[in-house]
Design a protein around this ligand. Sequence first.
Ligand code: 0O2
Length: 219
Amino acid sequence: MELKVDNGDGIESWKEVTLIYSAALRQIETRMEVLNEEFQHVHQYNPIEHIKARIKTPESIVKKLKRHGYESTIDNMVQHINDIAGIRIICSFTSDIYRIAEMITEQRDINIVAIKDYITFPKASGYKSYHMIVTVPVYLSDRTIDTKVEIQIRTVAMDFWASLEHKIHYKFEGDAPEHIKSELIECAKMVSDLDARMLSLNEEIIEISKERAEKKENA
Ligand code: 0O2
């Protein structure tokens, strides 16, 4: 069942919105923690560095609705705002991003609504991140509600860049001086370079460790 308003099954107040979206967020967060722990157990490696979860503030929702030309109603919010519940998964390497996305896709009751791959296709601003809009079932006492959650997956370096760029964007209300924009694009290139070098360094370390372990075994 999709979220609807005024039909007796849906959400009618901000309190209900918070309750349902918080439940969806907790579910995704717990599942990610379980996957991370299991990955550590099987591969002796944690793909997830840390997780941040948040419910979008009412002010931010109203602003986004206005930006998209919608009235501020609960119905519009539920229909048109995909990131009321948002979770950010931060990992070490670019390869982890796709590994985590795949693990999410394989979860039977998580339905993938949309994917935006800003890693393969970065934004003109330099922004890189992997976005998934998913729905997860929230089981209430009398009904089940498939609830949207936006999952953003990015590396530590991408997250550092995005946080600063976000602050600058808000400080200048989207009208930052040209030299700051171009400096940010330069920094984004450095972030991509750093991510690529750290990944290749890590792959080399794994390879050397394997060779040494094999030598030890055969000695
Ligand atoms: P805030 O203030 O972070 O909440 P959709 O959400 O799919 O309906 P949208 O917004 O076009 O539509 O989707 P997109 O491009 O996937 O962006 C969703 C979120 O990603 C944004 O939420 C930001 O958090 C982040 N994001 C997208 N582009 C950029 C960027 O260029 N720089 C930074 N720093 N973050 C970005 P909000 O609601 O726009 O903003």
